[in-house]
Write a protein that binds this ligand. Structure first.
Ligand SMILES: CC(C)(COP(=O)(O)OP(=O)(O)OC[C@H]1O[C@@H](n2cnc3c(N)ncnc32)[C@H](O)[C@@H]1OP(=O)(O)O)[C@@H](O)C(=O)NCCC(=O)NCCS
Length: 304
């Protein structure tokens, strides 16, 4: 009931989110799945015998996140934002005892008081999940720039562009520790997967050379935007990159627009994307294309 009520309040400001989770039975199914995640644990708050809040976290096996615990989109609800601090205090004692010192929490973006309560627990914002309606953006193509569907001859350029995101994320102020494969591995992946109809790839060209790429697919292909953060019939702007020398001249916007236009023609109701909030480029480019935040991922590292 608490989770369904939280989602109902969330949808009042973000109606593109799925209506399904306003139903208590559907919310219960999500919470049950979260509870059954291996090594899940958390805390429940009661006032005069009535349940007034909970927090539920579980570790992700990927080494990418460190010795972690994740509170996903179905993992928290409170009647009063301040309660989350008591809940975290109770739950985090066990998480830290277990050696899980990298904490991640996915919080409804509209609830400023709840976000502030997490900030008063030492968390900061790491990531944003966002959505926009599937409606064509008003984008004027800059002179000398064009966007088209990718073809196999573009594979060397696509492989290079794949590397531009981790290269950018490794720099200040993102400092992401994400792994980076070799150019050869990326070429081999493109060769193997190029004809996969689940993904639609666009390239941007200037002066006859590919300077950027973007990929659209159904949101179901994404490993994030899970549970209450997954709207139905949503397209996904899954990747975009522009070569460093060509950035800031409208190519990223043109590529994002191509993916949104594709999502419109494919019949999706909305388009979803996400970004590291410390990525100064994407965190400005995607809101400028009409994406508004749905969930924020907050992060706290203990005992650095
Ligand atoms: C993110 C990226 C694809 C955007 O492409 P781009 O060609 O640089 O972006 P654009 O020139 O189209 O600018 C997009 C918007 O960002 C805004 N913007 C760009 N630089 C800005 C700045 N310094 N301050 C404020 N806004 C800025 C622009 O106003 C523009 O909005 P507008 O069209 O309404 O004017 C590109 O910068 C990139 O490859 N970054 C590295 C990889 C990456 O971050 N990929 C995305 C992962 S989520």
């Amino acid at each position: 009931m608490l989770l369904a009520n939280r989602h109902r309040r969330h949808r009042a400001t973000q109606p593109l989110l799925s209506a399904r989770f306003e139903d208590a039975a559907t919310a219960l199914a999500e919470l049950t799945a979260a509870y059954q995640t291996p090594d899940a644990s958390g805390a429940v708050a009661y006032r005069a015998g009535v349940t007034v809040g909970f927090v539920l976290g579980a570790p992700k096996p990927s080494p990418l996140w460190g010795p972690n615990i994740w509170v996903e989109a179905a993992g928290l609800a409170v009647v009063d934002p301040e309660l989350i601090r008591d809940l975290y205090a109770a739950a985090a004692a066990r998480w830290v005892d277990e050696g899980r010192t990298a904490h991640y929490v996915v919080v409804p973006a509209h609830d400023a008081e709840l976000v502030q309560a997490w900030f008063r627990l030492g968390f900061g914002q790491q990531h944003a999940h966002a959505i926009r309606p599937a409606a064509p953006p008003a984008t004027v193509m800059p002179a000398g720039l064009s966007v088209r569907r990718a073809s196999r001859v573009d594979i060397p350029a696509l492989a290079q562009l794949d590397r531009e995101l981790p290269l950018h994320h490794a720099q200040s102020p993102t400092f992401s520790a994400g792994p980076m494969g070799t150019l050869e591995e990326s070429v081999a992946e493109w060769e193997a997967d190029f004809d996969d109809p689940a993904y639609t790839t666009f390239v941007a060209e200037a002066d006859g050379r590919v300077i950027g790429s973007a990929i659209g697919c159904a949101l179901e292909k994404s490993s994030t935007h899970l549970s209450l953060a997954r709207p139905e019939h949503a397209g996904f702007l899954g990747f975009a990159a522009v070569l460093p020398h060509a950035r800031g001249a409208g190519a990223g916007r043109a590529l994002g627009t191509a993916v949104i236009d594709w999502a419109v023609s494919a019949g999706f109701d909305s388009v979803v994307t996400d970004w590291r909030v410390t990525n100064l480029l994407s965190s400005r480019a995607w809101p400028a294309l009409g994406f508004t935040e749905t969930f924020l991922r907050l992060h706290r590292l203990i005992r650095y």
